[in-house]
Design a protein around this ligand. Structure first.
Ligand SMILES: [Mg+2]
Length: 186
């Protein structure tokens, strides 16, 4: 895509670089003795839909903040090779809260990559921090955030997920794998 100037590139963490919602499902199925499959995860707030807000908060805290789950985080296939092949440093912008969940995210990333800049920001403000940092291209998985960012003229590559279907904007490009994303950017 020669028409894009990749002076600065940013990425979300959960659901974009790592398969966070598989861990949410794992937790839900263990806790509720259910057998939901990835294709059933049609809303990012899936747990809230099932069992109330307290459950959602508890789940996020446990899955993103404890050592037991940290060991289960997996980078999406090809993500490491893709990020290491970028000509420009990548800025990770996550809405993870301070404390253990954020430290775990930083620790995970630092164990796989060198030289990443990691910024925590309330996800509703992602568009503002992207504008401030003059980031022109962003990788994201949440559809409402993607749309918000796209409306600012920023190109969003949306990681295809069961919970982010049916969002359309000229600045949103959906991708299935990091190998496919690499071909988009070549
Ligand atoms: Mg995300």
């Amino acid at each position: 895509m020669d028409n894009l100037i990749f002076s600065k590139i940013g990425s979300d963490f959960d659901g974009t670089l790592v398969s966070t919602y598989h861990l949410f499902l794992y937790y839900i199925n263990n806790k509720l003795k259910t057998n939901y499959q990835p294709k059933d995860y049609d809303s990012y707030n899936f747990a809230e839909k099932l069992n109330g807000k307290d459950f959602e908060e508890e789940m996020i805290k446990i899955v993103t903040g404890t050592e037991e789950y940290l060991g289960k985080y997996k980078l999406y296939s090809g993500a490491k090779e893709f990020i290491n092949s970028l000509k420009y440093p990548l800025t990770i912008i996550t809405a993870r809260k301070n404390g253990n969940p954020l430290l775990n995210c930083q620790g995970f990333l630092n164990s796989h990559f060198q030289g990443l800049r990691i910024i925590r920001e309330n996800h509703f403000d992602k568009k503002n921090i992207l504008k401030k940092l003059e980031i022109k291209v962003f990788f994201e998985d949440r559809k409402e955030i993607a749309l918000d960012i796209a409306k600012q003229g920023i190109t969003v590559f949306l990681k295809n997920q069961p919970y982010n279907q049916n969002v359309f904007h000229k600045n949103i490009i959906r991708f299935n794998s990091f190998n496919q994303l690499k071909t988009f950017l070549e």
